[in-house]
Design a protein around this ligand. Structure first.
Ligand code: SF4
Ligand code: SF4
Length: 365
């Protein structure tokens, strides 16, 4: 159950040192794209914050979102559950089952009425479809969601299924799947899309809510701008190749081996907004484009039905059209020299872990 202790008290009880706490706050500032000077303000706010009760509901999902959360590394999921939030209900992670589990949910709601957060992963069979497609304790997903959200401060829809319907909503959508925002219209909603979402983005959103006690600034899809404000393409380390018109044509050609742009192999990076290129996955080890696979666009609505995964975007962005035209000419003129230089710059980009703009590239040449 939720405790009245502040987060600072709770952390000290668990033996977290001041230095460790500040390190966490610095990481949180970085996750929120705030300047390092904000670290002390975050520390002061978090020190006084009370652990919010979180009720996590899982509907039509594959457990990938929860898997992703348990791969979170900063803070770790253990920190998150024990020290930062009070995770009072979560099918996969809780020890309780059956009646005891449902009683825990109802008790957490009663005790924290008006202030708890509801996290949802998975879509739900919508009104008008067969409610029996997905039930919990004999109740439809729709009823459980409406009942649980009633006393919530806000709802966090984690994963593309909860945010936009995701895989269950893909054509022909046999269960009539809908997103949380299609049902809940009277509570603030934060969509943390991705299939699965980046674990540090899930925890970062919760930490941001704890720090400021307010909802983050969001885009038109209700996604927090701190994490979804830039496209994959904007921050991709392969971007210099794109700008120079150097594209892999197959997964094993010379361009692919040299790390050229994956646009023609179906990369949806130009039309996809998420923080993969900067936060990366598996404790910051890598991300799909770095491991040689095009971005599938998994954090955008209806990405399953948006054309073939391995077909190039049929209508490039305005920016891309212009760049491709320029890049085509540049590629033809500079030819092999550009390839060698671009390869060198790719090594720079990977080594530096920085986004590289074409201007910066030119200065390095
Ligand atoms: S968003 Fe993806 S990972 Fe999450 S539940 Fe849906 S299909 Fe699974
Ligand atoms: S199209 Fe894809 S691989 Fe190429 S630069 Fe953009 S995001 Fe990177």
């Amino acid at each position: 159950m939720a405790t009245q202790k502040t987060l600072g008290e709770s952390l000290r009880e668990h033996g977290v040192t001041r230095r460790g706490f500040l390190k966490f706050c610095a990481a949180t500032a970085s996750m929120m794209a705030l300047p390092p000077t904000m670290t002390s303000a975050i520390a002061a706010a978090l020190d006084k914050a009370r652990r919010p009760s979180v009720i996590w509901l899982s509907f039509q999902e594959c457990t990938g979102c929860t898997e992703s959360l348990t791969r979170s590394h900063s803070p770790t999921v253990e920190n998150l559950i024990l020290d930062i939030i009070s995770l009072d209900y979560h099918h996969t992670l809780q020890a309780a089952s059956g009646d005891a589990a449902e009683e825990a949910r109802l008790a957490a709601m009663k005790e924290n009425w008006g202030s708890y957060l509801v996290v949802v992963d998975g879509s739900l069979p919508g009104p008008g479809s067969n409610m029996g497609y997905s039930t919990i304790a004999g109740h439809s997903n729709l009823d459980i969601l409406k009942e649980t959200v009633e006393g919530a401060a806000a709802v966090v829809a984690v994963g593309t299924c909860a945010a936009f319907g995701g895989l269950p909503r893909a054509y022909p959508n046999p269960t009539g799947a809908v997103a949380v925002q299609d049902i809940i219209t009277n509570k603030p909603i934060i969509n943390v899309s991705g299939c699965p979402p980046i674990p540090t983005v899930i925890t970062g959103v919760l930490a941001q809510y704890l720090t400021f006690g307010t909802l983050p600034e969001m885009d038109d899809y209700k996604r927090p701008l701190a994490f979804f404000g830039q496209s994959i393409h904007d921050r991709c380390y392969r971007r210099p190749f794109y700008d120079k018109g150097l594209f892999a044509e197959t997964f094993d050609d010379e361009g692919a081996k040299a790390g050229w742009c994956l646009y023609r192999l179906g990369c949806k990076g130009p039309s996809t907004y998420n923080a993969c290129a900067t936060m990366r996955w598996n404790a910051g080890t890598s991300w799909p484009v770095e491991s040689g696979h095009p971005c599938l666009g998994c954090s955008e609505p209806d990405f399953w039905d948006a054309g073939g995964f391995y077909q190039a975007l049929s209508v490039p962005t305005a920016n891309a059209t212009h760049t491709l035209a320029v890049a085509g000419v540049a590629g033809a003129v500079v030819g092999g020299v550009a390839a060698a230089v671009a390869k060198k710059q790719q090594r720079h980009a990977v080594a530096d872990r920085e986004p590289v703009t074409i201007e910066q590239l030119e200065q390095r040449l």
